[in-house]
Design a protein around this ligand. Sequence first.
Ligand SMILES: O=C(NCCCCc1cc2cnccc2s1)c1cc(-c2ccc(F)cc2)cc(O)c1O
Ligand SMILES: [Mg+2]
Length: 214
Amino acid sequence: TRSTRPQRMLKAVQKNAIRGNPESVISAIDYFCKHSEWAMNVGDEKGCILDSVVTEVDPSTVLELGTYCGYSTVRIARLLSPGTKFITVEFNPASAEVARKIIAYAGLQDKVTLVEGASGDLIPQIKKLYGITTFDFIFLDHWKDRYLPDIKLFEEYGLLRKGSVLLADNVICPGTPEYLEYVRNSPRYESRYYPSHLEYTKVEDGLEKSLFLG
Ligand SMILES: O=C(NCCCCc1cc2cnccc2s1)c1cc(-c2ccc(F)cc2)cc(O)c1O
Ligand SMILES: [Mg+2]
């Protein structure tokens, strides 16, 4: 049967990247998406903003919702200090399978715990399952209508601490209006918008960074 886009992306990584070299894996995926097939990775432009926020926070605990093929997972994991706990969650088993291979090709498999499941089911169990108390950094890149209910779950289950940073992809395209309204109007968050573009296009998009104030 016909291969899937994630499988073709994996082939491009295996063909064009150097095993154990995260930068070459990132470049190979960006090249594939610019010259062969668009795919919903955070991309190079928003990826640089992601890099700068991760570097600034230098987190000890990280959660990513929306692994997809592992592009942002590799971008984040390559910047983390040794001993950082990094959990990434993917709903689609086929995507998760490709992501495991791309993360391993980059040599970062020991830095990442990839979990398959839906955020709403997983968030209430994270403390028990993974021995996490709070997350220093959370990257939201999953179902856009889950950003708001899930940030409320983070609050409800005590997964945020004073100073936790949440970074949300796609707040313009496809858009997360209810989430934006919440973090921009809640006295418990300090939010800032980073204008950019939808990955590999000229369409307006951006990232919203929100600092939890406790
Ligand atoms: O849907 C997007 N990402 C989410 C995939 C949902 C899978 C998961 C659900 C789930 C639930 N719980 C835990 C983990 C997970 S992973 C997405 C879409 C576009 C896009 C697509 C077409 C278009 F014309 C313009 C933009 C761009 C993006 O950057 C995206 O991120
Ligand atoms: Mg996205």
